[in-house]
Design a protein around this ligand. Structure first.
Ligand code: SF4
Ligand code: SF4
Length: 231
């Protein structure tokens, strides 16, 4: 049975709302182990030193909207690499694979009746599962192991984090995203340091995360260009 923590609401579709994408609600999301491979291809990632979570940037500053929102549409909507959090919202899994719903922020998930109730006889409406989640997402969340969490713990234990360096946008302009208050807790991984520690330990378990993070930070220059165009 699918575990959930939702009360009876009705979804009305997104219509003209783009609040998930236009910066009103989010500028960052949490990287989960299941979603890691998809996210690193599209978004820069960094570690938040206060929450000790790996996060990805929808945009490098709050309120400007996701890098991939173009002409009020998601330009990666049909790709398989769109993050699960985009696919699932206004629903989502917590770490224990319990389905949650965001009734605070999603204006079209409310108590006004529609033909899309979130619950039927107290059970989660299977349509929610079909329309917002894939079965494999759910199963992999249930069976989640903790390798990414363990890797993040190791990064802190070994002091293997660095300030996000200034970087050049794809237009060649120098940009320092640390000047933005919300980015001041964000650090990238000190690749050389963590690699040498893992080599000494003969431990290959985390190479995948290191390579993925490297791929993800290659997105900074194009995100920087887009940011300067937007602000
Ligand atoms: S906030 Fe809700 S209604 Fe608005 S775009 Fe997101 S899911 Fe759709
Ligand atoms: S990737 Fe697409 S769906 Fe996700 S926040 Fe960006 S524009 Fe919205």
């Amino acid at each position: 049975m699918i575990k959930h923590n939702i009360d009876n609401r009705f979804f009305h579709g997104c219509g003209d709302c783009r609040d998930c994408c236009n910066g009103k609600l989010f500028s960052m999301g949490e990287v989960t182990q299941n979603d890691f491979n998809s996210i690193v291809k599209l978004f820069p990632t960094a570690i938040n030193i206060k929450t000790k979570k790996m996060m990805f940037f929808y945009s490098l500053v709050p309120l400007v909207g996701c890098h991939y929102l173009r002409d009020n549409k998601c330009s990666v909507y049909d790709t398989i690499t769109r993050p699960n959090t985009c696919l699932n919202y206004p629903f989502g899994f917590d770490k224990n694979a319990v389905v949650q719903q965001d009734t605070v922020n999603c204006q079209n998930l409310n108590q006004e009746e529609s033909d899309y109730p979130t619950l039927i006889d107290g059970y989660i409406n299977p349509q929610v599962m079909n329309d917002f989640f894939t079965e494999s997402q759910y199963i992999s969340t249930v069976n989640k192991d903790h390798l990414l969490d363990d890797f993040i713990t190791l990064l802190f234990q070994s002091d293997s984090l660095l300030n996000i360096p200034k970087f050049k946008t794809t237009d060649g302009q120098l940009i320092d995203i640390n000047e933005i208050e919300t980015n001041q807790d964000m650090k990238i991984i000190n690749i050389d340091k963590i690699k040498s520690i893992l080599e000494r330990q003969k431990n290959n378990s985390y190479n995948h995360f290191i390579e993925g993070h490297l791929i993800s930070i290659e997105n900074f220059p194009q995100f920087g260009k887009r940011l300067l165009e937007q602000i």
